[in-house]
Ligand binder design. Structure first.
Ligand SMILES: [Zn+2]
Length: 307
């Protein structure tokens, strides 16, 4: 039964089918019946079989759950209490916009996988005519309502977009989720103007937390089907036709509220203190204001490239 829910794929970066198994899946039949938990997954959660391509060294999950099933789960993702903690993205996304401004002086921007619109909000404030595309209907609605940003619900792959149009295309923590990242990068290349800027960020499996925690690294989870390093991320961006590919680092930040809630959930204490941690409560406000800052390269690879 489980087999009918899975599909094998060639290396999503180079197309070869020559890999070694790094570690096996820890999922049982019952896990497949549950929808994918899309926002918070704690260390020690479920994950698929991780393999490494012998040709290009990319680490990816093989087999994966069928792409249709994955998209369905994402499209149904709800933006409810996770909003509370994700609000801390407002701080980090300001730094992301500053990073873009260093390389680009254009006006039109597309954010693929725009989620609840935190980045779009800050990009718009910085003067961009910013558009987002997001699989989760609920998240796209939230972005429109809360921030008034232009967001469309659906899959980027199926979206009709003008070619040679955007000054900037961004993919923040998207490529680790998608079965066919090269297809997305090639389409991003088509819709960018000549000389346009691409910014891609993914978790870095060679980062310090990954090296220390190994299989318990919080980015090893069911919904992450590709695990990039700065090298393999650079290579796939080059394969899609981009030029002048380099890595970058910016000031990532999270609020104390964001850090504490997963810990409380892990300890099964969150339900009891939820009300006092609402962002509008006194304690919530204080904890939301305390920002922990760290260089993005600690846990992520960021790649800058041009058409
Ligand atoms: Zn490969």
């Amino acid at each position: 039964m489980t087999d009918s829910l899975l599909e094998y794929r060639n290396c999503p970066a180079c197309g070869q089918n020559d890999f070694e198994v790094l570690f096996d899946s820890n999922m049982g039949e019952i896990d497949f019946q549950k929808g994918i938990e899309t926002v918070y997954t704690l260390p020690g959660g479920k994950y698929g079989r991780h393999v490494q391509c012998r040709n290009c060294r990319l680490i990816y999950v093989n087999p994966i759950e069928k792409a249709g099933k994955i998209n369905e789960d994402y499209s149904k993702r709800k933006s409810d209490e996770d909003i509370i903690v994700q609000r801390s993205r407002l701080h980090a996304t300001r730094s992301q916009v500053r990073l873009i401004k260093k390389y680009d002086s254009g006006t039109s921007l597309l954010d693929i996988g725009s989620g609840e619109g935190f980045f779009l909000f800050n990009a718009s404030k910085a003067g961009y005519i910013a558009k987002g595309i997001e699989l989760s209907q609920d998240a796209a609605e939230y972005a429109k309502k809360e921030f008034g940003v232009d967001t469309e619900a659906g899959a980027f792959e199926g979206l009709q977009l003008p070619e040679n149009y955007f000054d900037v295309v961004t993919l923040w923590t998207v490529l680790e989720h998608v079965p066919y990242p090269l297809t997305i990068l090639k389409k991003a290349h088509r819709i960018l103007k000549p000389g346009g800027l691409l910014v891609v960020l993914t978790p870095n499996i060679e980062g310090i937390p990954a090296k220390i925690l190994r299989k318990r690294w919080w980015e090893i989870r069911r919904l992450h089907v590709n695990q990039f390093t700065t090298k393999t991320l650079t290579d796939i961006v080059k394969n899609a036709g981009f030029k002048n590919v380099s890595s970058a680092c910016y000031r990532e930040s999270i609020s104390l509220l964001y850090l504490v809630i997963p810990i409380l959930r892990y300890l099964k204490l969150y339900g009891k203190v939820k009300t006092s941690l609402q962002p509008k409560s006194t304690l919530g406000k204080i904890m939301d204001k305390i920002i922990v800052v760290f260089p993005s390269k600690l846990n992520y690879s960021t790649v800058i490239a041009f058409k």
